[in-house]
Design a protein around this ligand. Structure first.
Ligand code: NAI
Length: 296
């Protein structure tokens, strides 16, 4: 594989483009408009600078990496000579199904089509194409240049050959791929989200406060970040939507979202990106401050 096309240049897409380009692949990065793409290139450049400062890359390697990323706003141009397409567009079923239908029509017949979705069924996405055997999940973690894991998700029709190619490719990116089957939440979110939900229930029921809950999990279970802080970073709306996928997919009440989470999302307190979730975020400050409503 030589030519990689990344669809969507947001949080995940720019990281995925960065990692492929850093490892010598030619990358076409596609988004809806120039403004998003300019912002993505600036983010990639800043993240590469960080790697140069740490001695991971030379300044020349940084320039070469940037030189391998080609930005485009036309899907057809972007995918027409792709060996692999990695879709990292907005997490919305309609958007993904439309995109895969179009990519399938425009990409070479031999191309593998991957999705970075965190919760949408790979089998369903694959069924929107004429090549379900060549559709797979490549679930990178945020921030992509730093996190080692790639959850490789086999759809119902994905072949062994395609799975092995993607496992090998992920290793070539310096990642550790883990093969999983396509069921709601895959592995990562099926285990993580119920834990986050339980942490929110623990707060909701008054068992302990925000800091206490996070401290127990950090110091007691050696988690680098407590579950409430992690939920803020992921985005409380994202957590809620993944819990709903688990609840709908399994029909099991154990996945029912805590009403406090629902209220916070509906009120617009979605975590770090909105400035407030379980913690309050002041731009430029690294100090972790519990949100006023949860202070004792
Ligand atoms: P984001 O909102 O930061 O970026 C999405 C990008 O896709 C935007 O730039 C948007 O303009 C673009 N886009 C939307 N429709 C498009 C189309 N038709 N063609 C081209 N570009 C299009 O979203 P984010 O966070 O990067 O998420 C992307 C995917 O990665 C989602 O499926 C999400 O579930 C998954 N994911 C997100 C993680 C995270 O921590 N943010 C972690 C792992 C997976």
């Amino acid at each position: 594989m030589k030519n990689i096309t990344v669809i969507g240049s947001g949080t995940m897409g720019n990281g995925i483009a960065h990692v492929f380009a850093q490892n010598g692949f030619e990358v076409s990065l596609v988004d809806l408009n120039e403004e998003f793409l300019t912002k993505a290139l600036a983010t990639i450049s800043k993240n590469l600078d960080r790697q140069v400062a740490k001695g991971i890359l030379t300044a020349e390697e940084k320039d070469n990496t940037l030189g391998r990323i080609h930005t485009l706003t036309q899907l057809e141009e972007g995918v027409k000579s792709a060996d692999l397409v990695v879709e990292a567009a907005t997490e919305n079923m309609g958007v993904k199904l439309d995109l895969f239908k179009n990519i399938d029509a425009l990409a070479p017949k031999s191309a593998i089509l991957a999705s970075n979705t965190s919760s949408i069924s790979i089998t369903k996405i694959a069924a929107a194409t004429q090549r379900p055997a060549q559709v797979i999940g490549m679930h990178f973690m945020n921030p992509v240049p730093v996190m080692k894991l790639v959850e490789v998700i086999r759809g119902y029709a994905t072949t062994d050959e395609v799975t092995q190619k993607i496992m090998k490719l992920s290793e070539g990116l310096g990642k550790v791929p883990v093969e999983v089957n396509d069921y709601p939440g895959f592995v990562a979110n099926r285990i993580l989200m119920p834990m986050i939900n339980e942490a929110i229930y623990t707060l909701f029921e008054g068992v302990a406060g925000v800091e206490e809950i996070d401290t127990v999990m950090k110091l007691g279970m050696a988690h680098p970040m407590g579950p409430l802080q992690l939920a803020d970073f992921i985005g409380l709306d994202v957590c809620l939507s993944i819990l709903r996928v688990l609840h709908d997919g399994f029909g099991n009440p154990k996945y029912a979202s805590c009403p406090l989470l629902v209220n916070m999302v509906e009120a617009g307190y979605k975590g770090a990106k909105t400035g407030e979730g379980f913690y309050h975020y002041t731009p430029g400050s690294k100090e972790l401050e519990v949100a006023a409503r949860f202070k004792k």
